[in-house]
Design a protein around this ligand. Structure first.
Ligand code: FAD
Ligand code: NAP
Length: 489
């Protein structure tokens, strides 16, 4: 108790909340408790309003009838990569937003947008105000290729390109240079295929999606006709999934352009492959064989066993004009095969290079343990290492891989572990905690005003109305200031 009151005093001193106001906040009546009659309600805070945050909240609210959950999100708008990552031509994937909305509107849940944890409020302050804090802030950084020339103009990350066409405020000024005929994408995961598909999709298809108008206009004037998708390993290690590959194969007016030499020995291994990998490989080989000779405007193709080693500059030394690739051979087989350089190289001429080799979690607060090698918050089944009351879920917990369903299962697991810890007495919920009241008061003293879920709904309605007028599901707002103005209007 003494320790707690010492920490509280220092928090109060630091953040100019008077002792009286803090006491008032702590003493406020806890929410109505149903099902668990003794003690105050467990108050849990979630950092990040993406799938991991919402699924963790959903499970906590469902499993404990007295749990109170507050979600803090950096942006004024919720849903993380469902809004800013999922491709505009995959509207069915975004239906999860309906479930997230139900969670946010739950009587024991609240959403607080426009709060950057680590900057506006520290994780330690959140830990003081809540019984438990769950970090679900995703992977906001980029894996770097670490090759010469990657800073040249014409080289961009898939993360920024995706953010640009999906309306992420930070990427609205990207202006990718679409003036050259060949674009090279490095990496062969689903993000690479999303990017390739958006580059080659007909305007008629894209204009009915929620792609941002600036991206739609730029793509309408694009000169990109050929997209090469480069992998450091072979066809049997490709990281994309069958649905996304099929969408590439079915792109109108576009043919697949592969090198038969890349597929040597693949047909012989087919019969021994696990079923999903077998189906993917069969489709890949069909694409390789079925290039066709008809008149087509565009082409796309995989290139295998090639690692980027240098971005080549044009005559001005500033712009990318090509990429040097090192040929690899594979050591080992199956998913774990390793790419080993052969010492041979190939140069590919291109004016746009999009690096799609993965996202990366970055630390947000020096007081939170971080594993820089694996770029995750180190944890044991969601319990953050060495820190009682701190948990993690989603990409922060396991790294930047996995679809929404993977993230859902992983977040449900974290919520279950947290509840188990309460049941087992490892997490003390006997003391009342002030939760959002203390944090919003603290934020106010720092000039930070939050965006509540009902305020996001005003932004949502405006976006839908702007979209409707041009035949799109929505036209996203791109400026944080405009979002805030509308939210608080
Ligand atoms: P995120 O979705 O990134 O959410 C993290 C949230 O935390 C964000 O809202 C962010 O703004 C917030 N945040 C970050 N820092 C802070 C901070 N300091 N304070 C407060 N909040 C913060 N999966 C599918 O099933 N289907 C698809 O079609 C699909 N498409 C994808 C397309 C792309 C380009 C990408 C990258 C992924 C795609 N995925 C898809 C995978 C899916 O998006 C992820 O599994 C999922 O979004 C991970 O959820 P998360 O909550 O861990 O991270
Ligand atoms: P990913 O699936 O991990 O793919 C990354 C790609 O980059 C792999 O081909 C990988 O090759 C390659 N790579 C990594 N480091 C490299 C390096 N140093 N040099 C060269 N190549 C390198 O990542 P992602 O495409 O960013 O997708 C992230 C997650 O989101 C995935 O789980 C994905 O399924 C999901 N997602 C889903 C959808 C969808 O369902 N429609 C859409 C987008 C994203 P190696 O295999 O050799 O490492």
């Amino acid at each position: 108790m003494e320790m707690i009151s010492r920490i509280r005093s220092s928090v109060i001193r630091m953040h100019s909340l008077s002792r009286a106001s803090w006491r008032l906040l702590v003493a406020r009546r806890p929410p109505v408790v149903r099902g668990y009659s003794s003690g105050p309600a467990p108050r849990v805070c979630i950092v990040g309003g993406g799938p991991a945050g919402f699924y963790t909240a959903q499970q906590l609210l469902k499993a404990r009838q007295d749990a109170v959950v507050d979600i803090y999100e950096r942006l004024p708008v919720p849903f993380g990569l469902v809004r800013f990552g999922v491709a505009p031509d995959h509207p069915e994937v975004k239906n999860v937003i309906n479930t997230f909305t139900q969670t946010a509107q739950h009587e024991r849940c609240s959403f607080h947008g426009n709060v950057t944890v680590g900057k506006d409020v520290s994780v330690e302050e959140l830990r003081q105000a809540y019984h438990a804090v769950v970090l679900s802030y995703g992977a906001d950084g980029n894996r770097s290729m670490e090759i010469p020339g990657e800073d040249l103009s014409g080289v961009i990350s898939a993360k920024d390109f995706v953010g640009w066409y999906n309306g992420l405020p930070a990427n609205k000024e990207l202006c990718p240079d679409l003036s050259s005929e060949t674009a090279v994408i490095l990496g062969q995961g689903n993000v690479a295929l999303d990017v390739a598909r958006i580059l080659l999709s007909p305007h008629e298809m894209l204009k009915k999606t929620d792609i941002t108008q600036h991206a739609l206009d730029a793509l309408a004037g694009s000169s990109v006709r050929r997209v090469l998708i480069i992998g450091r390993r072979g066809p049997l290690q490709i990281a994309c999934t069958i649905k996304e590959l099929r969408e590439m194969v079915n792109l109108p007016n576009t043919r697949a352009d592969m090198l038969p030499s890349d597929f040597e020995g693949v047909a012989e291994t087919l019969k021994d492959l696990p079923r999903p990998r077998k189906r993917l490989t069969e489709l890949l080989m069909k694409a390789m064989n079925g290039g066709g000779d008809g008149p087509v405007e565009n082409s796309w193709g995989f290139r295998f066993c090639r690692s980027p080693v240098e971005v080549l500059s044009g005559p001005d030394g500033k712009r990318a004009a090509g990429i040097r690739l090192a040929f690899n051979k594979l050591e080992g087989s199956g998913e774990v095969a390793r790419a080993v350089p052969t010492g041979q190289f190939e140069d590919v001429e291109c004016g746009l290079i999009i690096s799609s080799i993965g996202y990366k979690t970055i630390p947000i607060d020096p007081d939170v343990p971080f594993d820089p090698r694996r770029a995750i918050v180190p944890n044991d089944m969601g319990r953050v290492q060495d820190t009682t009351g701190l948990y993690c879920s989603g990409w922060v917990k396991r790294g930047p891989t996995g679809v929404i369903a993977t993230t859902m299962n992983d977040s449900f697991d974290t919520a279950r572990i947290l509840l188990q810890d309460i049941e087992a007495g490892k997490l003390d919920v006997s003391i009342n905690k002030p939760g959002a009241q203390a944090i919003t008061a603290l934020l106010q003293t720092r000039g930070v005003k939050t965006v509540l879920f009902s305020e996001w709904e005003k932004i949502d309605a405006e976006e839908e109305s702007r979209g409707k007028s041009v035949g799109k599901p929505r036209e996203k707002l791109l400026n944080v200031e405009e979002m805030l103005k509308l939210a608080w209007s």
